[in-house]
Design a protein around this ligand. Sequence first.
Ligand code: NAP
Length: 238
Amino acid sequence: MKNVLITGGSRGIGRACVEKFTREGYTVSFIYNNSATAAIELSNLTGAHAIKADVSNPDQVQGAIVDALTTMGSIDILINNAGISLIKLFTDTTDEDYYNIMNTNFGGTFFVTREVSKNMISNHYGRIVNIGSMWGKVGASCEVAYSASKSAIEGFTKALAKELGPSGICVNCIEPGVINTEMNSELDETTLAELKNETPVGKIGDANELAEFIYSIATEKSGFLTGQIIGFDGGFAI
Ligand code: NAP
């Protein structure tokens, strides 16, 4: 059981996961959308197979899963990581913003899992890790659409864990706190310092540390862990 698909593998947390799983000897495919140069570099560096697809588009997702299955034969572990952020007043959020963030963060998780789970059900084995956010649990002001897209992943994780458990598939969700990736490059120094102060362990999280944790709950040994929403946030959402 050694084939992994990681969405949003070109940068940040997803990239750290591609590096971790390949280091551990897994065969990895990853999906990227816009960052072709970074994806090709990572593919050359790790040997992981890079697939271009927009996870918010069900047709592109279907093609990407066919590609991953043709390359690897099966998908035993799925990390639903691709996501975008949106910082805006609720009243300024447009219809386009809404569809874009919901279809990427929640839709991407939904569409990719729907295709991949068919293969996992046939193999009677699977580990699915969805990347939510602590804001999906506690809500963030000026990130209402983002928070809602991540809250949806909580319900999705629990329902899917019940439906797929009898097929040998575990489904869990990790809700990171503030992690040091480009996603947070919009935040100014003052906001970052405030977030750090509000985090009991007093620091910003590290993408490689998170990748280690994702790995630890995605292996064969974690077969009794399912339907769980796990904070990886330094205690922020306690
Ligand atoms: P990031 O550095 O901005 O990377 C985002 C990744 O998602 C990129 O690889 C990007 O690929 C991919 N992506 C975005 N839209 C996509 C689409 N439509 N189709 C396919 N791939 C797409 O962000 P990150 O911080 O690593 O975040 C990864 C996940 O963790 C996200 O779901 C995010 O919401 C969640 N999270 C992050 C934090 C944090 O503080 N960083 C906290 C909580 C949760 P391309 O560049 O190739 O388009």
